[in-house]
Design a binder for this molecule. Structure first.
Ligand SMILES: Nc1nc2c(c(=O)[nH]1)N[C@H]1C(S)=C(S)[C@@H](COP(=O)(O)OP(=O)(O)OC[C@H]3O[C@@H](n4cnc5c(=O)[nH]c(N)nc54)[C@H](O)[C@@H]3O)O[C@H]1N2
Ligand SMILES: Nc1nc2c(c(=O)[nH]1)N[C@H]1C(S)=C(S)[C@@H](COP(=O)(O)OP(=O)(O)OC[C@H]3O[C@@H](n4cnc5c(=O)[nH]c(N)nc54)[C@H](O)[C@@H]3O)O[C@H]1N2
Ligand SMILES: [Mo]
Length: 811
């Protein structure tokens, strides 16, 4: 989230599109209720189903799964056509004035540079015109035909309310009503907040859905302000922390990244990461990358990382492909190229797409180690459950070892919530039975692997032998020790960079925050963005002062928000070019004549005068981006793409299937169905009464939602002869499930042009372990395909068929 949960109360308009916050984030959703009470805010919901969030909304519109880009581009078009643009913001705080190369273009649903053989783009034309001075050319009057604003205008002109009706199935009058409501928020003193989750991410073009809304928010001037923002409602309680500390195959903590094979040495690696500003006088904060990276290397390898050996750069693995995401890992298991799998806190057999393929992949393993407090379906993948893709347990040779772990309630530590707050928590129970903390198990594994290297040598023992392991009890680091390590500490005395005689932090002490990180080896720090969370003032994450000056919603002394306890990202954009708040009644930051002051920690230098430095210091432009250069693999603007399985052809290119640069494996080309065979659109979702696959172990939750069901419209039930509460079989090209039919008025067929589209809703909480009745959720059916940028599987739009059935959910 750009803004904290508590800031939602400051908004005038909430749009929940691509999520179901009342159901999946019921605690955070109270801030929407606050906004309604506090400011008379309105709530819009756009969802294929009339959800629990929709039931408390002011206005609802249905949408066909996987068609949101069309809706959002049409919304931007409407804003431009109706002059609902926050002009001062757009001109100064976005890249609207930047001039783009002549070679850039779009036709037939594709941008310039597409190579069908590689299924990838050559992105060189997606760039600005760079002048002789090394800076990007701009036209502040926005008259230049090749400036980003005019290219955007042309791009979105194709998306009309009529196209929305045809592609999305959203009635035109509903779209226009929502446009009027949103358009009001282009006024400098009106804000809208966007709350989204998986309804947008779980598509083969998920990242572009989100960009679509981010661009709309920029056009309205709603980023960096109170009550605005792009608010990703994260899933598991610490999933924000997962990405923050780099638990992705291509990341290092703090959104630094793992080198690629092409980056053989430190200098080559750094050359593409120390981003120079693209406009005069801009900050471009990533120029500090070497400080963050060197401090990370010192945290990892201490004295073994030296300036002479490029900070032990050769210890880091180098990627031969862009990522080893989960889809790729299963692909490699299936091909017999991965034989051992440590599965920690993950139940892929229920959580990942195409159960038949996953079962086949797991069957090829020699060793599967499960670290989990519960028994999971994945640990028992070899059992013969379900009515399709039967497996023969006797033929599976995989050895499965289960290591029982504790869960969060039995550990101390911090959780990072969606609003980037690092909140410390204390163990509330003692670990039952033989369970051990994850940290203990991992320490044991590390110590034993290190011992093997010590005793037997190996091809490359140095990174393991030299890993820093200076914990008081080497058998298990404490949460406190790990948190302090992530904050960082001075290895030598740290001095001010300008006033070089001024000692900031003496050797051995915790660093104040990442402003004290250095690239000369004098500091160490495991995760720069977290730095400040545990300095010499103590554990800032354990702070529990709930004072909220001026009712601003910032709660500055409650826990610690990264970065630097900043509550709203890009908060300089909350004030105009003179530094006056756009809305004085919702002041966040203000220029007081000498410095930036207000209710938050400014995200530009506190004394930098208005007009000098742009609010988006993480970008080379100093501005936000309506057009991205090389950042997105599938286009600098979002363009409509159908899901891989769709009842409708892409109107811009009827031959195109899905996202032309999405993650698809060659083996899987045959997995996709057509709408002739499978005419119904399925989507999957969660219920408040369950948390994924854990709560089915709990009798109370199991009793609240005891049995697997699928949700269909009355019209579809009548057409297929399905009765309310009767059994149905739902099948796709990849598998088949049985469930009880929930026949409801909450799902309605959508009229998309001349095609009537039926939607089948499939909740995901059932399996074959636990107290609830057996059932197989959506992932017996879903396709093995992922988003082009972040490889999230396409769980939210695929094709199925349905018929009445007999028997039980699992026969
Ligand atoms: N009680 C409970 N709470 C949870 C969880 C849980 O299991 N139980 N899980 C947590 C986790 S890990 C996560 S990631 C979050 C997920 O939170 P959400 O994303 O809010 O949850 P979902 O129910 O998966 O999907 C949200 C909605 O997206 C809609 N949708 C599907 N396709 C589309 C589309 O193409 N466009 C649009 N506009 N909408 C679409 C669905 O109909 C559904 O109502 O919830 C978290 N909270
Ligand atoms: N079709 C479809 N599929 C989906 C989704 C969808 O919307 N539709 N949503 C996707 C999403 S967003 C998510 S997040 C996944 C969820 O999928 P998973 O993350 O696989 O499911 P969970 O059941 O939440 O958690 C996995 C395991 O973590 C264990 N666990 C809990 N605490 C600890 C701990 O402290 N240590 C260890 N070692 N283990 C612990 C739990 O007991 C549980 O067995 O499902 C994904 N799959
Ligand atoms: Mo999630």
């Amino acid at each position: 989230m750009t803004n904290p949960w508590t800031d939602i109360k400051n908004t005038d308009l909430v749009i929940v599109m691509g999520g179901n916050a009342a159901e999946a984030h019921p605690c955070g959703f109270k801030w929407v209720t606050e906004a309604k009470a506090h400011r008379g805010a309105k709530l819009i919901v756009v969802d294929p189903r009339f959800t629990r969030t929709a039931s408390v909304s002011d206005y609802y519109a249905p949408i066909r799964p996987g068609s949101d880009i069309t809706f959002l581009m049409a919304m931007i078009n409407w804003m431009i056509q109706n002059d609902k643009v926050q002009w001062e913001y757009v001109k100064n705080f976005t890249n609207a004035p930047f001039i783009v190369k002549d070679e850039f273009g779009w036709s037939d649903g594709l941008f310039s540079g597409y190579d069908p053989e590689k299924r990838d783009y050559d992105k060189s034309s997606w760039d600005y015109v760079i002048g002789d001075d090394g800076f990007a050319a701009v036209d502040m009057t926005l008259q230049h035909p090749r400036c980003v604003w005019n290219l955007l205008k042309e791009h979105v002109s194709r998306y009309t309310p009529e196209l929305v009706e045809q592609v999305c199935g959203t009635p035109k009058d509903r779209f226009l009503h929502i446009a009027e409501m949103i358009g009001a928020c282009s006024a400098p003193d009106k804000t809208m907040t966007s709350m989204y989750a998986l309804g947008w991410t779980q598509h083969s073009k998920g990242a572009q859905n989100i960009r679509g809304m981010a661009m709309l928010q920029l056009v309205l001037g709603n980023i960096g302000v109170r009550g605005g923002g792009m608010n990703a409602l994260r899933g598991h309680s610490n999933i924000q922390g997962l990405t923050d500390i780099g638990l992705m195959s291509n990341l290092i903590p703090g959104y630094l990244n793992i080198p690629t094979e092409k980056e053989a040495d430190w200098a080559t690696y750094m050359s593409s990461r120390e981003f120079k500003p693209l406009r005069p006088g801009q900050t471009s904060y990533w120029q500090n990358y070497p400080k963050f990276m060197v401090s990370f290397m010192k945290a990892m390898w201490g004295d073994a990382a030296t300036v002479e050996n490029d900070w032990a750069y050769h210890y880091l693995p180098k990627l031969d492909v862009p990522t080893y995401d989960i889809l790729r890992m299963f692909e490699l298991m299936k091909a017999g190229k991965i034989t051992n799998y440590f599965c920690q806190g993950f139940n892929p057999l229920l959580a990942f797409p195409n159960r038949a393929k996953l079962t086949e992949a797991l069957s090829k393993l020699k060793l599967l180690v499960i670290m989990d407090p519960l028994e999971t379906e994945t640990a028992r993948f070899w059992e013969n459950h379900g009515e399709y893709n039967e497996v023969d347990p006797a033929a599976i040779q995989t050895e499965v070892i289960q290591l029982p772990t504790t869960c969060f309630a039995e550990d101390d530590g911090s959780l990072v919530n969606s609003g980037r707050w690092l909140q410390w928590h204390w163990a509330a129970g003692t670990p039952p039975g033989q369970s051990k903390r994850d940290t203990w198990i991992m320490s044991q594994i590390f110590q034993r692997v290190r011992k093997l290297y010590q005793d037997e040598g190996g091809i490359f023992p140095d990174p393991i032998l030299n890993l820093t392991w200076d914990y008081a009890d080497p058998e298990e680091p404490t949460a406190e020790e790990l948190a302090k390590e992530m904050n960082g500490r001075a290895l030598k005395d740290v001095y001010d960079l300008k006033d070089t005689a001024k000692l900031l932090t003496p050797a051995g002490k915790q660093l104040l925050n990442f402003s004290q990180y250095r690239d000369d080896g004098s500091t160490m720090g495991g995760c720069w963005i977290f730095s400040g969370c545990w300095n010499e003032d103590g554990n800032m994450m354990a702070r529990r002062d709930n004072a909220d000056p001026d009712d601003s919603g910032m709660f500055p002394n409650w826990t610690y928000a990264w970065p630097l306890n900043r509550r709203v990202l890009y908060n300089r954009a909350s004030a105009d070019m003179q530094g006056k708040p756009w809305d004085p009644s919702r002041k966040l930051m203000e220029w007081d004549g000498e410095k930036w002051a207000g209710y938050d920690v400014p995200d530009i230098a506190p004394t930098s005068k208005p007009g000098e430095v742009g609010p988006f210091i993480m970008n080379q432009e100093g501005t936000s981006r309506l057009f991205t250069r090389g950042m997105m693999r599938d286009g600098p603007f979002p363009t409509h793409m159908e899901p891989f399985e769709s009842p409708i052809a892409n109107p811009f290119n009827p031959e195109m299937r899905g996202n032309p640069v999405a993650r698809v494996f060659v083996d899987d080309a045959e997995q996709f169905a057509t709408s002739e065979e499978f005419p119904l659109v399925a989507t999957s979702y969660r219920l408040t009464e369950h948390f994924h696959y854990w709560t089915k172990n709990n009798r109370i939750n199991a009793a609240l939602q005891p049995e697997f069901f699928v949700e269909i419209s009355k019209e579809l039930a009548a057409e297929k002869g399905i009765t309310k509460g009767g059994m149905v079989r739902v099948w796709s090209k990849r598998g088949s499930i049985k469930a009880r039919a929930l026949v409801t008025g909450r799902i309605k067929p959508l009229q998309c042009g001349d095609k009537l589209v039926h939607v089948v809703g499939i909740p995901l909480h059932w399996g074959f372990v636990g107290a609830a009745r057996k059932g197989f959720g959506p992932n017996s059916l879903t396709p093995f395909v992922g988003d082009a940028n972040v490889e999230t599987p396409e769980f939210k739009a695929f094709l199925v068929n349905i018929e009445p059935a007999t028997g039980e959910a699992v026969s």
